[in-house]
Design a protein around this ligand. Structure first.
Ligand code: NDP
Length: 302
């Protein structure tokens, strides 16, 4: 039987609608409009597209997006000064500094300077620590792993006791994904470029999360029949007639014949990432207003 396709675009839409409803509620009950400051340094074309899309979707959910465009030659001190200004601004509940930053600026210094309570990317060491110690009620969780978990729970319901393999150990995706799955009581394995016999690890997994950055790297015959596959990868490769196309880290055609369910690329994890950024902004605004924020992984379950 072919795999069920997990429709990330539709689930992201559902999440954005939920965020929009909660934004209206917060405005009506507390007079608070969630504010998201999006900081872009330089002219990176991919970053410009991301930032535009983040600001547009924020506005659609009633979140006030405030764009800050800085020149390619901005110094670290100048960017730190802007971050401090945003930290102190009560109208700003979320601060997102788009990565990568130009080489004269140390990203780690900037990420550490963001107020953890406004760190909607969830990259500040305080948020990393809160996630690692399962204090999720105080943490802001990185958007891509959070979106991946929402997709998994929406599809599987409870994932307790399942064997999960996360391929990739980046701070942005792999590591926080491991913590989230552990928190859901999965038995978690983490694989990386030095892992021996990756196909054998894959064949034991009920859940595979691939965050590698290598086109169609995970083959269909690595997948355990019936497993759920979350493909985080976004890779641009040559397509037909001189065009390019996007593919994931999993060989979709092969894997979808064996998996129980799989996310497509595009239209899987990608749309969830921005939706979770909006959800995190609302979470931060609720906490600043002394209101309980929704538990997104529960709120969005089927
Ligand atoms: P990184 O390059 O930071 O990390 C890649 C990870 O893959 C590393 O841990 C690396 O291992 C591991 N890896 C590389 N080669 C192999 C191999 N042969 N076998 C096993 N593991 C390997 O990437 P990111 O985590 O930032 O991103 C991963 C992918 O997800 C990319 O395609 C990116 O575009 C996409 N992405 C998508 C997002 C979305 O919204 N959908 C958001 C963020 C990323 P090691 O540590 O040993 O080097």
């Amino acid at each position: 039987m072919p795999a069920q396709i997990i429709d990330g675009a539709a689930i992201a839409r559902q999440l954005r609608e939920l965020v929009a409803a909660e934004v209206s509620k917060l405005k009506a009950t507390k007079g608070v409009t969630p504010g998201l400051a999006v900081v872009l340094v330089g002219e990176n074309p991919a970053s410009q597209v991301y930032v535009k899309s983040k600001s547009k979707q924020a506005a659609e959910t009633g979140i006030k997006a405030i764009d800050h465009r800085l020149s390619e030659t901005t110094t670290e001190a100048e960017l730190l000064s802007l971050v401090q200004k945003l930290n102190a601004d009560p109208a700003v509940h979320g601060i997102l500094v788009q990565l990568p930053l130009p080489s004269q600026i140390r990203s780690a210094e900037i990420l550490r300077a963001i107020d953890p309570a406004k760190d909607v990317d969830g990259f500040h060491p305080i948020n990393v620590g809160l996630l690692a110690t399962a204090q999720l009620e105080h943490a802001l969780v990185p958007c891509t792993p959070l979106g991946s978990l929402i997709l998994l729970k929406r599809h599987l319901g409870t994932i307790e006791g399942l064997n999960a393999l996360v391929i990739g150990r980046s701070n942005i995706v792999g590591r926080p994904m491991v913590q989230l799955l552990l928190n859901e009581s999965c038995t978690v394995e983490i694989a990386h470029s030095k892992t021996d016999d990756l196909p054998a690890h894959c064949r034991r997994a009920d859940i595979v999360v691939a965050a590698i950055g290598k086109p169609e790297f995970v083959r269909g015959d690595w997948i355990r029949p019936g497993a759920t596959v979350i493909d985080v990868g976004i890779n641009r490769i040559a397509g037909s007639e001189g065009k390019t196309k996007l593919v994931g880290d999993v060989a979709f055609e092969e894997a979808s014949k064996i998996a129980g369910a799989i996310t497509p690329v595009p239209g899987g994890v990608g749309p969830m990432t921005i939706a979770c950024l909006l959800a995190n902004t609302l979470t931060s605004a609720c906490r600043h207003a002394g209101v309980k924020a929704p538990e997104w992984t529960k709120a969005i379950r089927a």
